[in-house]
Design a protein around this ligand. Structure first.
Ligand SMILES: O=C(O)CCC(=O)C(=O)O
Ligand SMILES: [Fe+2]
Length: 585
């Protein structure tokens, strides 16, 4: 089978280069990121698939960049049918974006075997070409200390988990400051000293002006009898109407540019940004209609523990997060039928798919020009779509940071689907950036909220009304490549329910007030528990705490001192795995 080389490269240039020119440039250059002589030129990210047939060039290219991917995705078995077929993803249809080909670390769908999906990511040569130190394998300070104790040596604590990745970014030219710091956006107080109401930007029709027209969808809503609403050419009345629409859309483009700038600035200043009316109200209704039939397929939200899905390191802890979720990959978004109780039922997520494409366009291609820190998201791609419902009844999600384990996630992006949401329903997203007061963001219909996945602590406040949303996580290409490489060497296999439950019980007991306490006695209990746990369960816990391997985790956990145990508890707490008093569903 021919290989398709999906290539994503950053070019500090507006010039359009052909694939072969780019490949030659890369092979001839010492660095992945090609610099442009005029440093004032805003950065442009190009992502395009191309085919490299010459095996020498291929090998050279791979050793230079490490970003070479060989993608051949088969239709994955699941509840959905239709959508992408094998032909769709065959080598010659080389027009799709790289991101959609990346394996999702979030999808709970059956793991793909090697024949289904082959992705070759960063190797040592890649690190060297960027003059980087390979990432520390051991990410958890407490585990590191434990291993040090086990080996009778002392290991220096990693000062900052994000250190190595941060270093890479600052070493590359593309992180230079594009916009000067702006004064803080106005805030309005809501009575509480530490919490303010988040100010938002009105992005009326933003998606539409970013090249993702919602017009066909709106027409579709107006005329439910037909799915195709092409305006017939040659009809003067309709042509006039179209012209009017065109003029309107150019005004929107200007507005959108301002909005994008504000969004970018808010992200840089606050660590989060909110855009109201990003999705028009009728579109929100249409999405809700489309996903309604899937509600019985939602399952309790799981804690994402920072490793790839095939590492099996996701566990459900219902009292930490009270939502139910449904993951939809790109295949599901284009599905035409699904199987319910053995019966085939037709479905369409056309509108949801369009909205997701608009968000992709915004985050991967528009916003990076207006903010720092997103330059690698076009190449990194995003997670599958996570649909979520908080059923009300006080359900919540405890305070956490999404990416505490260098799993590659750079930006968390939420779209709220709750037209008519009232403040008394609660359910605010409370965001807290380091060194800043918290801000509350109500989950209003059509509102888009985004924040840095690695630094912004956030929680969903108790919700007293069903609350619908979907989330996309956008990856930083470098960190994702490293996470994939690390996951490959550290943990394998999919966890069974029994292993998950055993892992969950250990984590709960570590966090409990009176079970595995940070005392000599608690350390002895932990050591005994670990010695008797099945390897699959230990793999999950190792994934949770960011240990490089099960062996490392076992070594650390059986030689823990009370201080290391206290650190471990704190770190797990920071991931949002702590006990809460959220009501069970
Ligand atoms: O729904 C929200 O507002 C946030 C949910 C969240 O934090 C998450 O799913 O990680
Ligand atoms: Fe979160």
């Amino acid at each position: 089978m021919d290989e398709i080389i999906s290539l994503s490269i950053l070019l500090n240039d507006y010039g359009v280069k052909s694939a072969s020119e780019v490949i030659t440039d890369i092979i001839d250059s010492e660095r992945l990121v090609l610099s442009h002589k005029d440093s004032n030129v805003p950065f442009l990210e190009l992502s395009f698939p191309c085919k490299i047939e010459d095996s020498t060039i291929k090998a050279k290219f791979k050793s230079k960049t490490g970003l070479l991917q060989v993608c051949a995705k088969k239709v994955t078995p699941g509840i959905f049918e239709g959508g992408q077929t094998e032909e769709d993803t065959a080598p010659d249809s080389a027009t799709e974006d790289v991101p959609s080909k990346l394996p999702s670390s979030s999808s709970p769908s059956p793991p793909l075997d090697d024949a289904d999906l082959m992705c070759d990511f960063a190797d040592e040569a890649y690190m060297t070409s960027l003059s980087l130190q390979p990432q520390e394998n051991m990410k958890n300070a407490a585990v590191q200390q434990g291993v040090a104790a086990a080996q009778g040596s002392t290991i220096q604590k990693t000062a900052d988990k994000a250190g190595p990745v941060q270093q890479k970014h600052t070493q590359n030219a593309y992180t230079s400051q594009l916009y000067p710091q702006q004064p803080q956006l106005p805030i309005s107080s809501c009575g509480s000293e530490s919490v303010r109401l988040a100010s938002s930007i009105d992005g009326t029709g933003l998606a539409a002006s970013l090249g993702y027209s919602f017009a066909p969808l709106l027409t579709l809503l107006a005329d439910t009898s037909s799915h195709v609403n092409a305006v017939p050419k040659g009809n003067p009345k309709k042509a006039k109407k179209q012209e009017k629409k065109k003029a309107g859309s150019s005004a929107l483009s200007v507005a959108a540019t301002c909005t994008l700038k504000l969004l970018g600035e808010s992200l840089m200043l606050n660590g989060w940004a909110v855009c109201d009316n990003y999705i028009p109200g009728p579109i929100v209704d249409q999405v809700r209609k489309e996903i309604k039939q899937m509600e019985s397929h939602y399952t309790p939200g799981q804690i994402w523990v920072g490793k790839e899905a095939d590492a099996g390191a996701q566990i459900a802890v219902q009292d930490v997060r009270g939502d139910s979720v449904l993951w939809m990959d790109d295949q599901a978004l284009t599905a035409t039928a699904f199987i319910k109780e053995g019966k085939k039922q037709s479905c369409s997520f056309l509108t949801l798919h369009q909205v997701v494409c608009a968000v992709d366009q915004l985050i991967m291609h528009e916003l990076p020009r207006y903010t720092q820190g997103l330059s690698l998201v076009a190449a990194g791609g995003r997670s599958d779509v996570m649909l979520a419902i908080y059923p009300g009844k006080g359900s919540r999600f405890a305070k956490h940071i999404d990416n505490t384990a260098q799993d590659g996630r750079r930006l968390t992006c939420l779209c709220y689907l709750n037209n008519g949401w009232q403040p008394e329903f609660g359910g605010s997203l409370r965001v807290t950036s380091p060194g800043q007061p918290s801000a509350d963001i109500l989950p209003l219909g059509g509102r888009l909220a985004c924040f840095w996945s690695k630094s912004v602590a956030h929680e969903v406040c108790p919700t007293h009304h069903p609350r619908h949303s979907f989330t996309l996580w956008f990856y930083d290409a470098l960190e994702k490549a490293e996470a994939l490489a690390a996951a490959k060497v550290s943990i394998g296999g999919t966890a069974s329910a029994a292993a998950q439950s055993s892992a969950r019980s250990l984590i709960r007991d570590i966090l409990a007030q009176d079970v595995i306490t940070p005392t000599e006695e608690g350390c002895a209990i932990l050591a005994n528990r670990v010695k008797t746990m099945p390897i699959a369960a230990l793999s999950i816990v190792a994934g949770v705490v960011g240990a490089a391997s099960v062996q490392d985790f076992v070594a650390a956990a059986t030689h823990m001192d009370p201080t290391s145990l206290a650190v471990l508890r704190d770190e797990i707490r920071r991931m949002g795995l702590q006990q809460t008093h959220a009501p069970s569903l």
